[in-house]
Every structure is written in C-alpha cells, then in structure tokens.
Design a protein around this ligand. Structure first.
Ligand SMILES: [Zn+2]
Length: 299
C-alpha cells in the first residue's frame, strides 16, 4: 500500500508545484505609495509615468480607504490585509494598535506582507524605505532585510528617498520593495487638495517614480517586476480623515508581467492590496486577513 501511495503522492506534488510557482509569479514586487494622493486627481494630473503604467496595467480609481481616512490606519490596512477593526490602528499617527488586533504575528504585532515573506520565503531580500517615520511601526521592520527612514527634504524634496531606493534596487534587487513618499499630503495640508500646487507635486512625484522604474531596468529586473502604485487616502480642502469620497477613494495601479491590463470593475479596498501582493509573491495569507487578492488583475 505504502509503495503505491508514495509515488502517487510525489506525482501529485509534482503536478501541484508548477501552478504554485508558476511563470506568472513575478520575481519582484515594487510597491510605491504616495501619501494623500486622492483618486479624484488622476484625470487632471500630469503624470506620464503613472499613466503609462495604467495603460499597460490593471487600475482602479475607486479603491476605498478604511475609516478614518488617515495615514497610519490606511498604511496598516495596505500592509496587514485587515480593516481598522481588525488591525486596531485607529489614529493617523498610531504606532501601536488601540484595539487588540485579531491576529498577532511572531514579532508582537499584526502580520504584514513582510512577516509572510520572512516566514515563507526567508532567504529572499526585502526592503522598505519611507519618508514618514510612522511607517516604521506598520511594516514589521524585524521581518525586513533592509529598512530606512529617509525624510522628505527642504521644499518637498524627495530626491533623497528616491536615491536611497534606486541605490538599494541596484545593490540588492529585493524580491519585495516598499517605497512610501510623504507627499502630496504635505502640500494637501499646507496649500490644499485639488490646487495647482497639489497637481505640481504630483507631476514631480511622477518623475521620482520614473527614476525607480529606471533603476529596475538598470538592475536587469524590470521585465520580472510588478509595480503597485497607490496611496493611503485622498483629501478635501486642506484635510482628510472624513467620509467624503474625495478623501476615501484612492488610485490603485498594478502593472508588470502577468497582469491583465484594463480598468478593474468591482469594489476593492485597502486590505486587498496586501492580499494581492501575497498572491503575486506566492505567499499564503493568514486566515484572519479579510483582504481578497484582486484576481481580475492576475493572469
Ligand atoms: Zn496619509
């Protein structure tokens, strides 16, 4: 009985493996987040790099923020696959959850996409660079190979973080890399959303995204990289945190090998991004995650 069963099981495993590690899984995922980038701005914004990714990738301008529509809460959902009630980070600057999380990973906080990488693909290099130091409390830095807080410079200068990201991509070719810019949020608060200044900073950030994409080409990984470009929340007048769709709807663009191009129909939420990254990276997500992989985007 055993003699028959073992070859049979091996055959089953051999059949199952290729689908799990199929060619459609990219070698690299680069996540770029722009803080305070409202979906409302996309039609009017001059963002040639982002729009080229939209033309070649899957996208929606209707991904919803979780409430309240503020930073830490929504970055947590993007990385932790859970809504506010699940991960428990409830304030714009939460560093620890105010509500006990429904799931706690090995490092004493909710599992993030990096926690899953560390557990399931421990030999793969991962990285996170962020302008806002609050991100450090939301990604599970103990699970990341390389992480750095590179603050925004004078006059909203984001070249330091871009340089750090480019340098690291060339050096380490990380399997998963997260880069978060702290604009257009600064301009949104200082001058206002949907203003000339706001659109100017979006065009500027589009140029920074272009440099990151260029770095993947220089590193020889561009053809094997899926880019995810998104944000934590939008804004209205000089604020956010409320329940208007201008604050809650955020862009999501997924582009790269194996991504089905076109506008994504249906409803998507912040926590679906973590689930989608997990699927792209061949990771099993925790039962607690409510995020659903965005299958219409995945071949
Ligand atoms: Zn924010």
């Amino acid at each position: 009985m055993k003699k028959i069963l073992i070859p049979f099981l091996l055959a089953v495993v051999a059949i199952a493996l290729p689908s799990r590690l199929s060619a459609e899984k990219p070698g690299h995922v680069v996540f770029i987040g722009l803080d305070g980038w409202g979906a409302y701005s996309v039609p009017k914004a001059e963002m040639p790099t982002v729009k080229a990714l939209m033309n070649n990738g899957a996208w929606t301008l209707k991904k919803r923020a979780v409430l309240p529509s503020s930073s830490a809460i929504n970055w947590a959902s993007l990385f932790m696959g859970l809504p506010t009630e699940g991960h428990g980070y409830t304030d714009w600057g939460s560093r620890t959850p105010e509500i006990p999380p429904v799931e706690i990973g090995p490092n004493g906080m909710p599992s993030t996409i990096f926690t899953l990488m560390k557990q399931q693909r421990p030999s793969e290099p991962t990285a996170a660079v962020y302008e806002w130091d609050g991100i450090a409390y939301l990604v599970d830095t103990l699970s990341i190979s390389h992480h750095a807080n590179v603050p925004v410079g004078e006059n909203n200068d984001s070249s330091p973080i871009t340089a750090a990201a480019v340098d690291h991509i060339l050096k380490a070719k990380p399997t998963l890399m997260v880069i978060t810019y702290d604009n257009p949020d600064h301009v949104g608060h200082a001058v206002g959303h949907d203003t000339t200044d706001y659109y100017q900073i979006l065009t500027y950030l589009d140029g920074e995204i272009a440099k990151v994409i260029e770095a993947t080409k220089d590193a020889g990984i561009y053809d094997d990289t899926v880019f995810i470009i998104t944000s934590d929340h939008g804004g209205i007048k000089t604020g956010h945190g409320g329940m208007t769709l201008q604050e809650m709807e955020t862009p999501l663009i997924i582009a790269g090998p194996g991504i089905v191009p076109g506008e994504l129909k249906g409803s998507y939420f912040q926590y679906d991004v973590a689930a989608t990254m997990a699927t792209l990276l061949g990771l099993t997500q925790p039962q607690a995650w409510t995020g659903r992989p965005i299958f219409p985007a995945l071949r």
